[in-house]
Design a binder for this molecule. Sequence first.
Ligand code: AMP
Length: 296
Amino acid sequence: MRIVRTIADLRALLRPLRAEGKRIGFVPTMGFLHEGHGTLIRQSAARCDATIVSIFLNPTQFGPGEDLASYPRDLEKDQNLCLEAGAGVLFLPEVSEIYPTGFQTHVEPGRLAEPLCGRFRPGHFRGVATVVAKLFNMVQPDLAFFGQKDFQQTVVIRRMARDLNMPVDIVVVPTVREADGLALSSRNAYLDEDARRRALCISQGLLAAKAAFDAGEHAAPRLIEIARDLLAGVDSIQYLELVDTQNLEPLTGQVDRTAALCAAAYVGRTRLIDNVLLAPSAADSGLVLNGNHPNA
Ligand code: AMP
């Protein structure tokens, strides 16, 4: 595995691969990698000839008072995970490499960035879309892999790729969970034993609603209520919403199309997000997870 820190070195490494017609897979991350990231990298390695992983703690997607300064880091462990999962190139740019002096051009996502996390993290998806667009321009991947864990992010990125005619296929990988259901997250490192126990309420609530849905309960208010009852163990629920996966608009009646039940909650000072997909038929679920042909 090659480690590069500059865009010039990255491009020099990728040029011959592209000339040989190799299929390039890309996994953007913010580091402190876990098996969720590992799964994305493995999927890319399985489907592509070369897998590029970036680790970049992107300052523009953090708001004031958020955890940019305290975000966990362990570069040595990250390198080993990338290597073991099959990455060929690890891109580790400095902030000044990505945002040189004078930087002033951004990607402004539209309505899809407004609800859910967008409501509580103003500017977050602008920061995400901008850095992902820049990384796509640097790597020029054929496929890029994102986790369903950050559901709204996948919707915003997929829309951006379509709207800006980026020749990349966005692959969304199902959320990887601990054996007890907790969604893997770099931010789980903030949780002590007691907080982790309370954090488990989030996945328990969402998965209970999904089980009820699969057992035939399709009324949106009831599904939200089932999740909310179990989520009561967290310190505060920032949002708990059932939305249409296409436009992120709230579903209030019967769930008759693929929906996402999305939650953000605080356990102590740690903000965690999670979601489950509710698909009226298996075929719909497959569409959400795999289908993306932005330029079709
Ligand atoms: P992050 O480093 O948190 O920016 O995440 C990098 C990528 O890994 C994003 O596409 C995330 O959605 C994805 N990811 C994070 N946690 C998980 C998880 N538990 N399962 C699957 N993908 C994940």
